[in-house]
Design a binder for this molecule. Structure first.
Ligand code: SAM
Length: 438
């Protein structure tokens, strides 16, 4: 609803009511001239916004003042909330965040993928009990003596002392790094610090833009964490053991390293892994793509007759093999390489009934080709980006796959990021027909 009393039409200030939240996190308002996206707003807010020169269609406005507070608004439990880009939805209640994420997930599938998920297949979002102090892995930015996160839609660093999104041991580590930088000055070429909290301990990766000097290595070593120093993709130094035991999956120990992918929210990851396992076809072979350090592998191996897991990172594959060895998993095999390319030759064997995949944000173009190989009945797709999931869902639909179950998951509280799982069944396969008869 557009409230007609524009504050000042000369400098293009508007007073608008926010209707909904968009996938990129901004509130959405509409008037007769089009759509305006405004960060830091909540559905129901009436706000004054400043616009640049108005273009036809969508515009971005800057929040000037909240005139009427939405009931979804809360006071953010963080002093950096207004500037830091890390938690752009901290001004929203947990319920409002969940509602918006569930809509964004299903609306994106429908709008971009043409896939409408209805009835029992459309499950409500899996909420998290831990919405603060949940992140067990983080990549911090370092600029000179400052350490923190990039600001919201800026390239400016927000120097932080504490972060309420982090699990307490990581928050303490940030404080230690920050105090050292303030006391002793910048560490030349240090650009990022990765931190990972394990079951009992933490480790770090220090990322340098150029090969670090001996004294820079000495400085990061003095923090006292088991760590590695990295330039580009090359490990240039290691002190202590940065690989940590981060949990147990399917009765098998799981390992992580601060420079490798690890699901950030332990509680939600455990629930996600259980759900993914429940979705595969039992007693038949499963092809797992983008398997990382084997986060889902042991669970899948407990339900499938065998699992072949493909992952590009050789280091992650080594960790997955270690887990499988220590957990005495005999029905898994790991392959290092490009998921779709390796998958293409693996599916030719014609044994796999399920393809389970968990690609990065870019999605998995080409998965539809693998899925249309004879023998493949189901695709269980874990996604951290509804837009690329929707694109790939459309391609799967063209090959005769329909969504038989979907589940959005709250993996990143206080942000607009949505994790989700969609299960696709080949039309004519048993589950799809049963689903339609319910
Ligand atoms: C979202 S993570 C999921 C990993 C794992 N399933 C988990 O839950 O921890 C995506 C993984 O895909 C891997 N990856 C990225 N591009 C790839 C590619 N083209 N082929 C194979 N693996 C790839 C990354 O290294 C990362 O481990």
């Amino acid at each position: 609803v557009f409230l007609p009393n524009a504050v000042d039409s000369e400098i293009n200030c508007l007073r608008v009511r926010i209707q909904s939240l968009a996938a990129g996190g901004a509130g959405v308002a509409k008037d007769e001239d089009g759509v305006v996206f405004i960060d830091g707003t909540a559905p129901g807010d009436v706000v004054d916004v400043e616009l640049g020169k108005r273009r036809a269609g969508a515009n971005r406005g800057n929040l000037l003042k909240v005139i009427e507070r939405s009931p979804d608004r809360v006071d953010p439990p963080c002093r950096y909330a207004e500037t830091c880009g890390g938690c752009p939805w901290m001004h929203l209640s947990a319920q409002a965040q969940l509602r918006a994420k569930e809509s964004i997930f299903y609306d994106t599938l429908a709008r971009l993928g043409g896939v409408s998920v209805e009835g029992d297949a459309r499950q409500p979002i899996l909420a998290a009990t831990q919405t603060l102090h949940y992140r067990r892995r983080v990549r911090l930015q370092v600029r000179g003596r400052a350490v923190g996160f990039m600001g919201r839609r800026t390239h400016r660093l927000v120097d932080i002392e504490h972060c309420v999104a982090l699990v307490p041991p990581l928050d303490k580590a940030v404080e230690a790094i920050r105090n050292d930088l303030k006391r002793q000055g910048a560490i030349p070429s240090l650009e990022q610090v990765g931190l990972l909290a394990g079951a009992k301990d933490l480790s770090a990766s220090f990322h340098f833009v150029r090969r670090p000097t001996g004294s820079a290595i000495g400085r990061v070593r003095s923090f006292g964490f088991p760590a590695m120093a990295v330039t580009g993709d090359h490990e240039v130094a290691r002190f202590g053991e940065p690989t940590l035991r981060i949990g147990v999956s399917g009765g098998v120990p799981l390992y992580g390293r601060p420079d490798l992918f690890v699901q950030v929210h332990e509680e939600q990851n455990d629930r996600l892994a259980t759900y993914v396992t429940s979705q595969i076809i039992p007693g038949k072979p499963c092809l797992e793509l983008f398997s990382g350090a084997g986060n889902f592998t042991a669970g899948l191996a407990g339900r499938a007759s065998e699992v072949v897991s493909v992952e590009e990172s050789v280091s992650a594959v080594e960790l997955a093999r270690r887990s499988a060895r220590e957990g005495h998993l005999l029905n898994v095999r790991f392959v290092a390489g490009d998921a779709v390319a390796m998958g293409r030759s693996l599916v030719r064997e014609g044994r796999f009934a399920t393809i389970a995949l968990d690609p990065p944000r870019q999605g998995a173009s080409g998965v539809e080709e693998l899925a249309s190989t004879p023998g493949v009945e189901r695709v269980v797709y874990v996604s951290c980006d509804p837009a690329t999931l929707a694109r790939d869902a459309k391609a799967l639909a063209h090959r005769g796959f329909r969504v038989s179950a979907a589940l959005p998951v709250e993996m990143f509280p206080q942000t607009y990021h949505v994790e989700g799982v969609a299960t696709f069944d080949k039309v004519g396969s048993r589950r799809f027909d049963l689903g339609n008869c319910r």
